[in-house]
Design a protein around this ligand. Structure first.
Ligand SMILES: [Zn+2]
Length: 193
């Protein structure tokens, strides 16, 4: 019967005389996984059997050199997860801000700041841009600079950004200058004296 130890060493051969266990051993020179192949070719037919063994230590082998570092790593990992999930005290101390809402108690909803939403979008200043010389004398500013005229948006319909901005006194369209929106009609009833 022959045995191939799977590590490149010469194939051993012995005569079968009883039990092989105990007196047929092999020492491996390096760690790793080896496939032991036993072959018996003398009896009628050839019988082959294999066995895979792992030589060396693993992380879970208490006698191995890597066991303690592995245990320490696992413990530190668990501690790290615990710290990451720990309860974080609020800023300014565990009692919260001095005199602030919710100090020492559950959080209190704060009033929402007034949000001003304007409808539509500003009319195109480029499409209506004119020179100040095109504005009649004593014409009045019709829209504050910070509140330009806006074009309403109708759902389902395209919005014309270049839409004309009518005069508030019903005499035509406005022109946009560096000073704001003015009516271009010299006879606009909205003119000042
Ligand atoms: Zn006008």
């Amino acid at each position: 019967m022959t045995v191939d130890w799977g590590d490149g060493s010469p194939i051993e051969q012995r005569n079968y005389g009883g039990s092989f266990a105990g007196d047929w051993t092999h020492a491996y020179a390096a760690e790793g996984a080896y496939v032991i192949t036993a072959t018996e070719a003398l009896c009628p037919g050839t019988n082959v059997d294999t066995l895979t063994v792992t030589v060396g230590s693993s992380l879970l082998d208490p006698s191995g050199p890597l066991f303690m570092p592995a245990v320490v790593g696992v413990v530190l990992g668990i501690v790290g997860v615990g710290l990451a999930n720990g309860k974080v005290p609020p800023a300014g101390g565990p009692r919260g801000r001095i005199g602030g809402p919710g100090a020492g108690g559950p959080p209190v909803p704060q009033p929402r700041p007034r949000l001003r939403l304007l409808e539509g979008i500003p009319a195109s200043m480029v499409a209506h841009l004119v020179s100040l010389r095109d504005i009649p004398m004593r014409a009045r500013l019709q829209f504050p600079v910070m509140q330009p005229p806006r074009i309403g948006i109708v759902p389902g319909q395209p919005t014309d950004l270049w839409e004309d901005v009518p005069c508030q006194h019903g005499c035509g369209k406005l022109g946009y200058t560096v000073a704001g929106w003015f009516c271009r009609n010299p006879t606009c009833p909205g003119r000042g004296r």
